[in-house]
Design a protein around this ligand. Structure first.
Ligand SMILES: Nc1ncnc2c1ncn2[C@@H]1O[C@H](COP(=O)(O)OP(=O)(O)O)[C@@H](O)[C@H]1O
Ligand SMILES: [Mg+2]
Length: 267
């Protein structure tokens, strides 16, 4: 394989089991998945199928039961600033201003304060929040807090962004605006992204790769390579190809959701 084709990240026969004996939960069957550099990979699948588990393994928050998680060909050994994580809700430092939240990463790696603040302001501008730099997180709406979280992750200049349902707690309108913002940022930075979402439309709108997972134990059921991520044209979601792909993925997920539901009831 040529160097150019080497994946940014690779799950190599990765499985995950939580606990021991009868209470053990097989969260992931051995999964092999490559994440190409500059790709925007969306993971979709029913609740409990192991999406967060997979993302946490790449983040370095947990270790696989079998197999290996690799970044640039080297095993992931723990959290690393090269992988930026954005959680479902804020996770901001409540006692720090917005600016200090975003400057935190650069400061932590020894960047002088003036330079760290300059970097932070740049990313706050990118997410449209420069005017709120001196505010505190509690003064911001949920959507604005999420944008600060994204700016904070970007300020570390990570090579991969890991986002676990980052818009799940937001209302539909805010969500749509942020999706447009994320697309703009991705087209501008071409960061490699691993993104978990429950919204198939969101996945189709943003992703270069959609990975559909099966109900627990998680396996890869299908992959899609939509082309809508490259476009900022209005009305994408009503194009024939978008609607067709959406119907296909909805169909795939429908059966999996039923299986997941039965598993929940059996617990
Ligand atoms: N720390 C843990 N201990 C035990 N079971 C866990 C743990 N984390 C996740 N699980 C289980 O593993 C499965 C996959 O969880 P998760 O990755 O959070 O799913 P998803 O993000 O797709 O909803 C679920 O059945 C969940 O209950
Ligand atoms: Mg999850």
């Amino acid at each position: 394989m040529s160097a150019a084709a080497a994946p940014k990240a690779r799950f190599d026969q990765v499985s995950k089991r939580f606990g021991e004996g009868e209470r053990a939960v097989q969260a992931l069957e051995p999964i092999t998945l490559d994440i190409a550099a500059n790709a925007f990979v969306c993971l979709v699948g029913p609740s409990g199928c192991g999406k967060s588990t997979l993302l946490n393994l790449l983040a370095g928050f947990d270790t696989p039961t079998t197999g290996q998680v690799l970044m640039d060909g080297l095993p992931v050994r723990g959290p690393d600033a090269r992988r930026g994580v954005v959680f479902q809700q804020g996770a901001l430092f409540t006692w720090m201003t917005v600016l200090d939240n975003v400057a935190f990463g650069p400061l932590a790696t020894g960047t002088p304060r003036a330079e760290a603040e300059r970097i932070a302001m740049g990313f706050l501008e990118m997410v449209g929040l420069a005017a709120f730099a001196r505010r505190y997180p509690y003064e911001l709406s949920g959507g604005m807090q999420q944008r600060v979280g994204i700016a904070r992750a970007l300020a570390n200049d990570p090579e991969i962004l890991l986002m676990d349902e980052p818009f799940a707690a937001l209302d539909a309108q805010t969500r749509e605006l942020l999706q447009e913002e994320i697309k703009r940022i991705w087209l501008h930075t071409r960061k490699t992204v691993l993104w978990i979402t429950h919204s198939i439309e969101e996945a189709l709108f943003l992703a270069t790769d959609i990975v559909v997972m099966s109900a627990r134990p998680g396996r890869i059921k299908a992959r899609f390579a939509p082309t809508f991520a490259q476009s900022t044209a209005p009305g994408l979601a009503t194009s024939a190809e978008f609607v067709r792909m959406k119907a296909e993925i909805v169909g795939l997920l429908h059966d999996e959701a039923r299986t997941a539901q039965r598993q929940e009831e059996a617990r």
